[in-house]
Design a protein around this ligand. Structure first.
Ligand code: AMP
Ligand code: GLY
Length: 423
């Protein structure tokens, strides 16, 4: 089989490495891929958002199956375009991807179908939003409606901060048209859990749970990033909580999307907060998380392509999806300065024996050398019988992977380790 994977980050590298385990897979094309993915797939210089060129490429190369991984091509309708050419795909169509593409849509969906989430108000008028903030409970959370490169959420600790956020999103259009509408939301507290799930629109199969580390600095300090590391499973996510989430969140969401004529097929990511009043949805993503995928897929024991095809063919209920009972830890090695400005172009040296479960996010090949080319450069994952073991192995790997200007958090997994011991 010839497979096409749209995207070019660490998440896509993890997907590609897993797909390669299936012996029917002859060739994988990554559009655009990156310098590290080039070791596992044929990278083609087509942007992940160039749906016309992606479709042309798929037809010309007789692609048998396509996986569309990032949010923007999904929200733009990449799956619709490929399916129109009879190319089977993994990923939601445009109508379903709106669950991530519009926060107003997802909040209204949860309200209509009684799915637990933070209380909220929607505004399309800046003055009305500012008036509301005169009396709203503080802290509060301001969210731009559309995709905003993960930066469209502002936690405001004071009324002044909240108002400034509204002015910059709605007045100064910091995130462009994404800021035409905003959601002002109740501030929730509690441990956060990421649950990625496979769903064919009828059945939903949660993958192993995980914990992201979003802030740039140790002990959750510094700026928000795309994610500086992950562990799986998440110790806060007990069997009882998982059962409750299935009944109150996962099934109701799948059924709601079906009822709205927006059947969701693909990976639906539930960003949850375990509040004192039970688990609530913080956000939905219409795709695999990054860097959650880098700990979740290495623990998948079933064949990924088989599961993905079951999603496409709507036979997930009859398909086994099995995860290992081990632990995984992924430490992101970044360029110093990320998520703000950073230098790139430094040579990366990865000893051959450390390539396994090392996922390349921001790197390019130049004269046969792998050079840093992004904020998040590598995701270094290890698996072990215990979480402490997985953390130790990952940091040992990190110490032996070298490039100038490298930066990583030193405490990935420590919060999970404490929570696990407290149980
Ligand atoms: P993202 O949407 O991935 O940029 O993440 C935003 C982050 O903001 C989440 O991971 C939470 O930590 C936090 N957050 C979002 N909504 C709320 C809320 N209602 N209450 C408290 N924290 C929130
Ligand atoms: N790691 C969070 C996300 O993929 O959105």
């Amino acid at each position: 089989m010839k497979i096409l994977v749209v995207g070019g980050g660490g998440r896509e590298h993890a997907i590609i490495k897993k797909l390669k385990e299936n012996s029917n897979v002859e060739e994988i094309f990554a559009l655009p891929g990156n310098g590290g993915i080039a070791a596992d797939a044929t990278c083609v210089d087509i942007a992940a958002t160039d749906i016309e060129k992606i479709t042309e490429f798929a037809i010309a190369n007789q692609i048998d199956y396509a996986v569309v991984a990032p949010d923007d091509p999904l929200v733009l309708g990449c799956v619709d375009a490929l399916e129109a050419q009879n190319i089977p795909c993994f990923g939601p169509n445009k109508a379903a991807a709106i669950i991530e593409g519009s926060k107003v849509f997802s909040k209204n969906l949860m309200k209509k179908y009684n799915i637990p989430t933070a209380a909220y108000e929607v505004f399309d008028d800046m003055d009305k939003a500012l008036d509301y903030l005169d009396t709203a409970p503080i802290p509060t959370v301001i969210k731009a409606d559309g995709l905003a490169l993960g930066k469209g959420v502002i936690i405001a600790m004071t009324r002044e901060e909240a108002k400034q956020a509204v002015v910059s999103i709605m007045g100064d259009k910091q995130f462009g048209a994404s800021g035409d509408h905003i959601v002002v939301e109740e501030f929730l507290t509690g441990p956060e859990v990421s649950v990625l799930s496979f769903t064919d629109g009828k059945t939903v199969v949660p993958m192993i749970s995980s914990m992201d580390h979003k802030r740039a600095g140790d002990n959750d300090t510094g700026l928000n990033t795309g994610g500086m590391g992950t562990v799986a499973p998440n110790p806060y996510y007990t069997k009882d909580i998982a059962d409750e989430c299935m009944q109150t969140i996962f099934l109701p969401t799948i059924n709601a999307m079906k009822a709205e004529d927006r059947t969701f097929k693909g990976c639906l990511y539930f960003g949850l907060m375990l509040t004192p009043n039970g688990p609530k949805v913080i956000e939905y993503n219409c795709r695999f998380g990054d860097p959650e995928t880098q700990v979740v897929l290495p623990l998948l024991e079933s064949d990924l392509l088989t599961v993905m095809q079951a999603v496409t063919n709507e036979t997930l209920a009859q398909t086994e999806v099995k995860f290992s009972d081990k632990h995984a830890c992924c430490v992101i090695m970044a360029s110093k300065g990320y998520p703000q400005s950073y230098e790139k172009g430094y040579e990366i040296t990865i000893p051959a024996e450390l390539l396994d479960n090392t996922f390349v996010a921001g790197a390019k090949l130049s004269n046969g050398k792998l050079l840093t080319n992004g904020g998040r450069v590598l995701g270094v994952t290890s698996i072990d019988d215990t979480l402490a073991g997985a953390i130790e192995k990952s940091y040992q790997k990190v110490e032996n992977i070298k490039f100038d200007n490298r930066y990583y958090r030193n405490d990935i997994g420590q919060k999970a380790l404490k929570a696990g011991e407290a149980k």
